[in-house]
Design a protein around this ligand. Sequence first.
Ligand code: ASP
Length: 342
Amino acid sequence: MRNHSKILLIYTGGTIGMIKDFETGALRPFNFDELLHSIPELKLLDHEIETVSFEEPMDSSNMNPEYYKEIATIIEENYEIYDGFVVLHGSDTMSYSASALSFMFENLSKPIIYTGSQLPIGDLRTDAKENLITSIQLAGLKKNGKNVIAEVGLYFEYKLYRANRTTKINAEHFQAFNSLNYPALAESGVHLEVNEPMLKKANRRKKLIVHKELDNNIMILKLFPGINENIIHQLISTKGLKGIIMETYGSGNACDEDWFINLLQEAMENGIFIVNVTQCIGGSVVMGHYATSTRLEKIGVISGKDITTESAVAKMMYLLPKELSPKVFKTIFETSLRGEML
Ligand code: ASP
């Protein structure tokens, strides 16, 4: 049985790929040709690793759907050649990017593991080495000759998560991500423990479809007590706006005064899709549970259930170009497509 895997490492930028110039102390992008020399531990892995880098590695704050497309194209073009893919990415917007990739790849049967780090790879106390080495190990993991992981994952600080369930929760702790509504897919300790029942099952008979069209005519509307009618009116009247991810309170509650409900209804009549997601980092939207969400349900606001905001943004970008009727859009949005919701 062949347990040796071929892994493609895709470097997009972020802290992980930086190295401290010991003369100046400044961080500079890492030369990927030197990777194997700088991390000799990689040679201990029984995998063949090849690397490809963005021409201009970037801070993930500058990521957008065009770059998601670039990452997706690299994977698509190399899909048959490699057993798994590791995407090195800035942690700031990693959950958005990895969630987007999860929707872009339908019938994925190979692992795409996103990782990054809080400290550069050259730093003495770096978290980059462990994150990178274990991500490669996970991407190359095989059982009976078949890869174990067949979905988009995010590996950080000893845990592999389903990417579209994650949120960056800390700007400085090594444990920068969490997935409160779905358990970790794997945990790295003395042993690499894979939580097999929680993994997405690959359907290898279905052909891979890569959806590269994304529509970013959307916005996130975070509610807060005292939110102003005029401002919301202006926002939802924005030309070209097609979708709103509305971050509500608790289990999907919002102000239920007439002016607010009427504005939302008006937006929906103008063809704008509105998805209700919770501001909480864990738990689910349950419209109708409180009186303050009953009117949202009545006017046909879409339930984001327990989806993260990052994943809702990605799902909206992915579904908009499909030009679905409002009824079908709502049904599909409320259905789990890639394990992103219950
Ligand atoms: N600002 C960086 C980025 O997201 C932070 C990191 O890499 O962790 O690209």
